[in-house]
Design a protein. Structure first.
Length: 83
């Protein structure tokens, strides 16, 4: 899991979903500034390791952070980073 979330784009996606809550794929890739296919690959990887959960509504797929420990982990990492 740590190897999967260590990717900078994946970290941005996780932080975005923590900040804004449940979002659809289109909104995620627009905010992050990456292609739809790139976003989908990262989202699937995060879902595969149990960080995210997806839900289909019509043509849209929505993602959310399903692992509450992820929020605590990222807060701990932020506290340890020296700027």
């Amino acid at each position: 899991m740590l190897k999967t979330i260590s990717n900078p784009i994946r970290l941005r996606i996780i932080n975005l979903l923590i900040e804004r809550g449940r979002m659809n794929v289109k909104r995620i890739y627009e905010v992050i500034g990456i292609s739809q296919s790139n976003a989908s690959q990262h989202l699937k990887a995060l879902e595969h390791v149990g960080v995210l959960d997806s839900e289909r509504e019509g043509k849209n797929i929505y993602y959310k952070v399903c692992n509450p420990q992820m929020i605590h982990l990222l807060q701990c990492v932020d506290k340890c980073v020296v700027v």
